[in-house]
Write a protein that binds this ligand. Structure first.
Ligand code: PMP
Length: 451
C-alpha cells in the first residue's frame, strides 16, 4: 500500500470506530476524507479532486481557501476570543449595523450558532411577543410541507418532511402545515397565477379554520430549497404576506439557504418585494468558515419587549451565539461577496447553467429543470406522463457516478413516498466559467449513461 493509501485507510478505520456520521450510519463505502479546499474544489486524502456542487451543505458561498477569512478569525481570537452577549463586543455591533444596512427595514439582530437555533429563537420570541401584546392565545405556527427549518424539536416540528420527523415524535406542539406551490405538479392546464392564489388561499383557510386568534406566525423559505427547489410565482409570496397582515399573523422568512447571494439576490425574499417581520439566517452568513446564525427581528416587535417590566425580557441565552471571531468572519465574508460581485455572479451563472442544462429535458426520465441563481433542481421521474418520482436506486447510481467523475451533487425532494428524486446543484458563488462547463459536462455524461 502506498503511504497515502495507508494514511487514508487508517483514518477510515478510526472514523468507522469513532465517528457517528450525520444522517446515516457508516457503511461499507467509506466516505472520502476531505483534506483541503480551494475555490469550488475540494481534495481528499488520496488526492482526488471534486467540484463541490453543494457548497458543503449549501453553505460555502464564497468558496474554500479564503485566507482573508482565516486571518480575520486569527486576529480576532488573539484579541478577544469570547464575550457573552449579555455584554457586547465590537464585531457583534459592527455586523448588526452592517446587516441593517443590507435589509429594507430596521431590525434587531439576535445571534445564535446554528440555523435551527435561529428558528427556535424566532418561535419563542414571537410567542412571547403576542403574549405581551395582549394576544396570548396566538401560539400556532403555520409552515409548509416539504419545507425544512432545522433539526431541534421546534424547528423539526416546523419542518414539513415526515420521514425526518416520525421517529422523534412527539415534537413541539402547535405547528401546522399546508402544501407549497409545486408548479411542475400543479393540476394540468391550471394557469400558474390562479394556482398560486389557490395555494396561498390554503394558508388563509388554515388560519380561519384554526381560529385566527390562535395563529402566531407563518414561516417559510422564499423558495423551498431542500424540499426540491420549488420556486413560487411572486403572486403567491405577495398574497401570503397580505394574508398574514390581514389576520395579525407575523411572517418569518427563513433565509438560511437563500440568503447571501445564493438565488441571485442578496436575500431570497428580495425577489418578491415583501417585508418580513422576522428573518432567520445562517450558512452563507459566514460561508461556513465559523458557526453563526442570526434572527433579525423588526424593530417594532423588539420595542414591545422594551416596554415591559423586568419579568418580560426575552429569556433566551446561548453561550456561544455571536462569538467575536464568527462575527468578524461574517463581516469579512459579506465584504468579499460585495467586492467580488458574487450576487450578480450567482444570477448570471444561474441563468447560464439553466440554459446549458436544458438539453437534459430530452432524456425520458428528466421531468423538470428549474432554478433561481445558483440553486438548481433536476427532477427525475419514472416516466413523464405519470410524473412518478424516479426510483431511489437510479438516483443513488447517478449521484455515485457524478462523484466518480469528480462532481458532488445533492439529492432531495421529499415527496409523499419519501423519495429523494431531485438532483440539486448549489455550488459556491465564486465558480469560474470552467467550473460551470465541468458541471454541465459531467451531468450530461452521467445522465445520458443512466437512461
Ligand atoms: N433552515 C433551512 C432552510 C435549512 O436548510 C437548514 C439546514 N439545512 C436549517 C434551517 C437548519 O440549519 P442548521 O443545520 O444550521 O441548524
Amino acid at each position: 500500500m502506498e503511504q497515502n493509501d495507508q494514511f487514508t485507510h487508517d483514518l477510515q478505520q478510526k472514523d468507522h470506530e469513532n465517528v457517528w456520521h450525520h444522517m446515516s450510519m457508516y457503511n461499507d463505502n467509506a466516505p472520502p476524507i476531505i483534506e483541503q479546499g480551494e475555490g469550488a474544489w475540494i481534495t481528499d486524502s488520496l488526492g482526488n479532486r471534486f467540484l463541490d456542487g453543494m457548497s458543503g451543505l449549501w453553505a460555502v458561498n464564497v468558496g474554500y481557501g479564503r485566507e482573508r477569512l482565516a486571518k480575520v478569525a486569527y486576529e480576532q481570537l488573539k484579541k478577544l476570543c469570547y464575550a457573552p452577549l449579555t455584554q457586547s463586543h465590537e464585531p457583534a455591533i459592527r455586523l448588526a449595523e452592517k446587516m441593517n444596512s443590507l435589509l429594507e427595514d430596521d431590525y434587531m439582530m439576535f445571534y445564535s450558532n446554528s440555523s435551527s437555533d435561529a428558528n427556535e429563537v424566532a418561535f419563542k420570541l414571537i410567542r412571547q411577543y403576542h403574549q405581551q401584546n395582549g394576544e396570548g392565545t396566538r401560539y400556532k405556527i403555520i409552515a409548509r410541507y416539504r419545507g425544512y427549518h432545522g433539526s431541534s424539536l421546534g424547528a423539526l416540528a416546523a419542518t414539513g418532511q415526515a420521514l425526518r420527523k416520525y421517529k422523534y415524535e412527539p415534537l413541539t406542539p402547535g405547528f401546522l402545515h399546508v402544501a407549497p406551490p409545486d408548479h411542475y405538479r400543479r393540476p394540468k392546464g391550471q394557469p400558474v397565477e390562479a394556482y398560486s392564489l389557490a395555494c396561498a388561499r390554503e394558508i388563509e383557510e388554515k388560519i380561519i379554520w384554526e381560529q385566527k386568534e390562535t395563529i402566531a406566525a407563518v414561516i417559510m423559505e422564499p423558495l423551498i430549497t431542500g424540499g426540491g427547489v420549488l420556486i413560487p410565482h411572486p403572486t403567491y409570496v405577495k398574497e401570503v404576506e397580505r394574508i398574514c397582515r390581514r389576520h395579525g399573523v407575523l411572517l418569518i422568512i427563513d433565509e438560511v439557504i437563500c440568503g447571501f447571494g445564493r438565488t441571485g439576490m442578496l436575500f431570497g425574499h428580495q425577489h418578491f418585494d415583501i417585508r418580513p417581520d422576522v428573518i432567520t439566517m445562517g450558512k452563507g452568513l459566514t460561508s461556513a468558515y465559523l458557526p453563526l446564525s442570526i434572527t433579525a427581528v423588526r424593530k417594532d416587535i423588539y420595542e414591545k419587549f422594551k416596554e415591559m417590566d423586568g419579568y418580560s425580557h426575552f429569556r433566551h441565552i446561548n453561550t456561544f451565539g455571536g462569538n467575536p471571531a464568527a462575527c468578524a468572519v461574517a463581516l469579512e465574508n459579506i465584504k468579499i461577496i460585495e467586492e467580488e460581485g458574487l450576487v450578480q455572479r450567482a444570477r448570471d451563472l444561474g441563468i447560464q447553467l439553466l440554459h446549458d442544462l436544458q438539453d437534459l429535458l430530452e432524456l425520458p426520465f428528466v421531468g423538470d429543470i428549474r432554478g433561481l441563481g445558483l440553486l438548481i433542481g433536476i427532477e427525475l421521474v419514472e416516466d413523464k406522463p405519470s410524473q412518478a418520482p424516479a426510483k431511489p436506486e437510479r438516483i443513488a447510481k447517478i449521484i455515485a457516478d457524478c462523484q466518480a467523475n469528480g462532481l458532488i451533487v445533492g439529492r432531495n425532494g421529499e415527496t409523499v413516498e419519501g423519495y429523494h428524486h431531485i438532483i440539486i446543484l448549489s455550488p459556491p458563488l465564486c465558480c469560474t466559467d470552467e467550473d460551470l462547463d465541468f458541471m454541465v459536462a459531467v451531468l450530461k455524461r452521467v445522465l445520458a449513461a443512466n437512461v
